[in-house]
Every structure is written in structure tokens, then in C-alpha cells.
Design a protein around this ligand. Structure first.
Ligand SMILES: Cc1cc2nc3c(=O)[nH]c(=O)nc-3n(C[C@H](O)[C@H](O)[C@H](O)COP(=O)(O)OP(=O)(O)OC[C@H]3O[C@@H](n4cnc5c(N)ncnc54)[C@H](O)[C@@H]3O)c2cc1C
Length: 283
């Protein structure tokens, strides 16, 4: 079993720009859209779970997105030129992207960033996802299912209408525990009880999360009691270039007592949970 690397060093190299055709594009629920692209060159075999692409969203009459927008790979393959994204329609870029008809063109740059630490030798993984974190971790679910590694998925959402369990598992079997804001089961207190119980009973080899800073901080505390379990988070920091140049996405990390700023786009987006320094809350 490989140990989680210090401060996001699972680097993956090949980056290129691709002209893609939108081949499928539809609403999954009221807030999320699924898009499948066909690139002009093979992308699936060089794309890993946890990595992301920078998407060139179109200019419309209403929206003029300037920067490319980072999106985690939701799926890649089985065809070599196929890549998929699941995205929350939230602001200028994603609203413009949501208007793209099937058959239109879209440029993407990637794959960017590093990947999760994962071994087919693991017995079980525990995945804790909320919101867009679900899109980021879906390829990890696929890798685990392919390797017959048992999966426990704790899915947190506002309500059952936002859960997207089918989109997350994509046919994989998992021990799913759904928690909701609507009934209080997603509160930090309730989640701490649930996570400690799952870890005690199931002893996962690795724990992964994405999509919630509060859950990340909770996991950091809980995993403090289980030093043998690998813990990783895919971080969603606001970023501009996505390639390590502009430094707009730096975050503070503590690597064995050595505090340093690292670029989420370049050294991440996957980092050991234990090394993230929590955000300071002002006011
Ligand atoms: C590595 C990475 C992977 C991501 N993967 C996905 C994904 O798979 N699916 C998905 O829906 N979103 C994902 N995001 C977030 C996505 O990039 C932003 O939601 C998107 O850029 C918003 O663009 P916009 O122009 O529509 O919104 P804007 O008008 O720029 O912002 C609208 C809202 O989104 C928030 N936002 C903007 N950028 C980010 C960001 N980088 N992270 C978190 N919140 C942000 C803003 O605070 C604001 O509330 C990812 C972000 C990163 C850094």
C-alpha cells in the first residue's frame, strides 16, 4: 500500500489544448448539467481521477466569460476521445456553457493537476461527497469498482432532490449513507458520529473527500485518531490560469511542520487531508 504523498506530489504531466464537439448535453436536475465532449485527439487514456480541465465557455448575448473555467473530469472513455463533465450552473461562465447546443464546438485545456492516491490492493475506500465534489470523485468510484475494492459513500446534500446518487455511482455498488441539511443528518455533529462509526466498523484503507470545507476540517480531526488511514481531499479553490503561473489559487499547507503556500492547480488539486491549514474566518 502506498502512503499518501506529502503536499500533492502525485503529479501527472501531459497537458494540451483540444477542440471538442459537444455530443451530449442535458439537465440532470434543476441546477446541474451533464456534458459529453468528443475531443480531436485521444484524452481518455491520459486523464486520471481527480484531474481537471480548463473549459472555454462561449460568449453569448448575455454573458462574456473571460477566463477559462476549471472543471473536474467526471468521466473519460470508453472511447479514447471522450471526456465528460457534470457542472453546477452558477455564474457567468457556466450559464453561458449551459447554452451550448449539441453539435457545437468547445475548447478545453488539460488534463491538469494531480490524481488521488489509490491502489487496487485496498480492501475498502470511504468517500464523502457534497455538491460538485460528487463530479470530482465519480472517476475514483469507477476505479475502485473496476478493482473490486469495496466502497462506502457518504453523500451529503440539501435534500433528497439534490442527492444525485445515480450520477455519482454510475452503476457501481456501494454502501451508501445519505445525509441531508433538511433533516439535520448532515450537521457536523451528526456526521462526526456517523464517520467515526463507519471507520471503526469498516476500517477503510483510504478516505477521500471533496466539496465542503466543513467536512474537510471534520475529517482532519477524525483522521487524527487513525494515522494508518490515508486521507485525501480534492480542493476547489477559485483559480485563473489553472497552470501554476498566476498564483491566484495558493493555499497554506503544513507538510510535517513545514508551512508553505502551494498552488491548488499545480501541486493539487488533491492534497493529504492532514496537511490542509484551515481557512481563517474573519468578522
Ligand atoms: C479543480 C476544480 C474542479 C472543479 N470541478 C467542478 C465540477 O466538476 N463541477 C462544477 O460544477 N464545478 C466545479 N468547479 C467549480 C467551478 O470551476 C466554478 O463553479 C466555475 O468556475 C464557476 O464559474 P462561473 O463563471 O459560472 O461562476 P462565477 O460567476 O465565477 O461564480 C459563481 C459562483 O461560483 C463560485 N465559484 C467560482 N469559482 C469557483 C471555484 N473555483 N470553486 C468554488 N466555487 C467557485 C463563486 O464563489 C460564486 O458563488 C471546480 C473548481 C476547481 C478549482
Amino acid at each position: 500500500m502506498s502512503a499518501s504523498p506529502c503536499c500533492g506530489s502525485n503529479a501527472v504531466a501531459t497537458v494540451a489544448s483540444y477542440r471538442c464537439k459537444v455530443v451530449e448535453h442535458y439537465w440532470v436536475n434543476q441546477r446541474y448539467k451533464y456534458i459529453r465532449l468528443e475531443a480531436d485527439a485521444p484524452v481518455a487514456r491520459i486523464t486520471r481521477a481527480g484531474q481537471f480541465y480548463q473549459l472555454k465557455c462561449p460568449t453569448t448575448l448575455e454573458h462574456e466569460p473571460f477566463l477559462l473555467r476549471p472543471m473536474s473530469v467526471y468521466g473519460a472513455g470508453p472511447e479514447d476521445n471522450r471526456v465528460e463533465f457534470l457542472y453546477n450552473v452558477t455564474g457567468v461562465g457556466t450559464k453561458a456553457m449551459a447554452t451550448l447546443p449539441e453539435g457545437s464546438d468547445m475548447d478545453i485545456v488539460g488534463p491538469l493537476g494531480n490524481t488521488f492516491t489509490f491502489s487496487p490492493e485496498y480492501r475498502r475506500i470511504l468517500v464523502i461527497a457534497r455538491g460538485v465534489g460528487l463530479a470530482t470523485m465519480a472517476p475514483l468510484i469507477r476505479d475502485a469498482a473496476k478493482a473490486s475494492v469495496d466502497i462506502t459513500a457518504v453523500m451529503s446534500a440539501r435534500s433528497s432532490a439534490d442527492l444525485m446518487e445515480k450520477e455519482f455511482l454510475r452503476g457501481a455498488s456501494a454502501d451508501v449513507r445519505a445525509v441531508f441539511d433538511a433533516d439535520g443528518t448532515s450537521s457536523i455533529e451528526a456526521m462526526e458520529v456517523l464517520l467515526r462509526q463507519l471507520i471503526e466498523e469498516q476500517r477503510p484503507d483510504a478516505v477521500y473527500t471533496c466539496g465542503s470545507h466543513r467536512l474537510l476540517m471534520l475529517l482532519q480531526r477524525v483522521l487524527g485518531d487513525y494515522p494508518q488511514i490515508i486521507g485525501e481531499v480534492a480542493m476547489e479553490q477559485r483559480m485563473a490560469c489553472g497552470m501554476g503561473v498566476c498564483l491566484s489559487c495558493v493555499r497554506l499547507f503544513d507538510c510535517d511542520g513545514d508551512r508553505k503556500f502551494l498552488r491548488v492547480c499545480r501541486e493539487g488539486p488533491v492534497f493529504p487531508i492532514r496537511e490542509v491549514v484551515g481557512e481563517v474566518e474573519f468578522g
